[in-house]
Design a protein around this ligand. Structure first.
Ligand code: CO8
Length: 263
């Protein structure tokens, strides 16, 4: 697939997807969603890509939401289908068995905030702004925002953000737990890529297990979640990477994790 709305490159085990419609503040049209889907499929199959980072081109935006210019042409059935397709692709991103980091370099609004919340964690520029402003268009979030935001920050804060449509800055997003870290704008990408490289050197099997257990465990009772963790712990313990990690510690050297995702 040739990409017209995004850029994608892979360097040293880290895939970098850049939303590239800066004139529209990187808004998501249906074509962009399909290009993201294609990247997810590529990353899933390609063992050389161990971590995925998402960011936005230009100074102003990560992604300022779904592309509003498309809305007048959509009937309610088409709008629902677009919401469902976006949800499907974001769910694939969330379930990708590799770490995915959102590098929120500016406006992260509506569908952009929903996209960032589908990543494993969000690093933000000190200039970034977050929000679910759909209410101001007379609609509601459609790419999973009401659900992921309430799970991340609690129902009351999620309803406040969705009902007022107000934007919050990166510091407020950090306090809410929406964002994991805030960096000065000019350092954000570099710092994010440094963390991505560190993750690329870790055990991919263990990273996959952490992601699976946290994401699946959050919706079940504590006892079932802990049972899930114990099963995954046993599987990780049996893997090649666990042998290497423990041996490296005992031999006082850096581990060289080579285990595949299936080891
Ligand atoms: N869609 C399309 N174009 C956009 C969008 C967008 N979401 N956001 C900004 N743009 C365009 C502007 O129209 C403008 O274009 P032009 O230069 O041709 O006039 C250009 O980007 C620059 O934007 P501004 O001039 O407005 O820049 P400002 O710095 O003044 O303002 C804001 C920046 C505050 C981010 C402002 O652009 C804004 O409010 N944007 C809209 C944000 C928004 O409402 N997002 C939510 C969209 S709805 C959504 O995401 C629902 C997801 C689920 C969809 C389900 C399927 C139907």
């Amino acid at each position: 697939m040739t990409y017209e709305n995004i850029l994608f490159e892979v360097r040293d085990g880290v895939g970098l997807l850049t939303f590239n419609r800066p004139k529209a503040l990187n808004a998501l049209n249906p074509a962009t969603i399909e290009e993201v889907n294609d990247v997810i499929e590529r990353v899933r199959k390609d063992d050389t890509v161990r971590v995925l980072v998402l960011t936005g081109a230009g100074e102003k935006a990560f992604v300022a939401g779904a592309d509003i210019t498309q809305f007048p042409r959509m009937n309610p059935f088409e709008a629902r289908a677009f919401a469902e397709r976006g949800q499907e692709v974001f769910a694939k991103l969330e379930e990708l068995p590799k770490p995915v980091i959102a590098c929120a370099n500016g406006f992260t609004l509506g569908g952009g905030c929903e996209l960032a919340m589908s990543c494993d964690f969000i690093y933000a520029s000190d200039k970034a702004k977050f929000g679910q402003p759909e209410i101001n268009l007379g609609i509601i979030p459609g790419f999973g925002g009401t659900q992921r935001l309430s799970r991340l920050v609690g129902r009351a804060r999620a309803k406040e953000l969705c009902m007022t449509g107000e934007m919050i800055d990166a510091r407020q997003a950090l306090d809410l737990g929406l964002v994991a870290k805030v960096f000065p704008a000019e350092q954000l990408l570099e710092e994010t890529l440094k963390v991505a490289s560190r993750l690329a050197a870790k055990s991919q099997a263990a990273l996959r297990a952490i992601k699976f257990v946290v994401d699946r465990g959050v919706d079940v009772d504590l006892r079932s979640g802990c049972a899930l963790e114990a099963e995954a712990f046993g599987a990780a313990f049996a893997g090649q990477d666990a042998r290497e990690g423990v041996a490296a510690f005992l031999e006082k050297r850096t581990p060289d994790f080579k285990g595949s995702l299936t080891s």
